[in-house]
Write a protein that binds this ligand. Structure first.
Ligand SMILES: [Zn+2]
Length: 235
């Protein structure tokens, strides 16, 4: 899961914080800052919607609060729906705008995101709850996998295929132009974590991926693009 930095509340031309009359009004700014990707599954989706971390049905005072916003695809949004998330249990989950969410999840070919085996038991439990929250663990063998509506599995596999072909092509044509082309393909495909994983031995490509996907939290990585603990986060 890509760690993101949505920045402070946007300001108007006079420098005053924008008070959103409707949460949907925040969508253009969120998409500009974070890219048109689901904050959870990383799907690039034309219908990415403003997501409320704490559901507006349960915490109506946060319905238009910038710090409660992310972006989510209809699938992640629908599964998360009205899960009971409030200020007292936020730390039961990892959040991509607060934690370095690249650390707890491992991406492998033909598998749903897995929990990193090196985590402590406490962090594993948080990661498990985070996967369940948006159904990121769902793959065709999962009892709740819906083959008609859940596009994430298929799209994730498509991204894997593209990333592997890109890596192969780069080995045959190791040019800057090829690297730029791959970044264009990656940003138009989505699934940043998959590209970071496939190119895990190529620091230059990983630097480019961190820079090219809008809003990636660059301070969650050291100079060699290895993930590091995020200040203020649980991981
Ligand atoms: Zn999603």
């Amino acid at each position: 899961m890509r760690p993101v930095f949505r920045e402070d509340t946007p300001v108007d031309t006079r420098g005053n914080k924008i008070l959103f009359k409707h949460y949907r009004d925040a969508a253009p700014i969120l998409k500009d800052r974070l890219g048109k990707y689901c904050s959870y599954c990383e799907l690039k989706f034309p219908q990415t919607h403003v997501e409320h971390i704490q559901p507006k049905s349960l915490e109506p005072q946060l319905e238009n609060a910038w710090n409660n916003f992310l972006l989510a695809c209809p699938m992640c949004n629908g599964i998360k729906n009205d899960s009971n998330i409030n200020s007292s249990n936020l730390n039961d989950f990892f959040w991509p705008e607060k934690d370095n969410t690249f650390i707890p999840f491992v991406y492998e070919k033909d598998r749903a995101p897995q929990i990193c085996s090196q985590l402590s038991d406490n962090l594993k439990a948080i990661a498990e709850r985070t996967l369940l929250l948006t159904g990121l663990d769902r793959e065709p063998t999962h009892p709740k996998f819906n083959i008609r509506t859940d596009e994430r599995w298929h799209e994730r596999n498509t991204a894997w295929g593209k990333a592997e072909r890109a890596k192969f092509n780069l080995q045959r044509h190791p040019t800057n132009a090829m690297r730029e082309q791959i970044i264009d393909t990656a940003t138009s495909t989505g699934f940043w974590s998959i590209w970071m994983t496939v190119f895990q031995d190529d620091v230059d490509m990983r630097r480019r991926l961190i820079e090219a996907f809008p809003g990636t939290c660059s301070s969650s990585f050291d100079a060699d693009t290895q993930p590091i603990s995020r200040p203020g986060g649980q991981i």
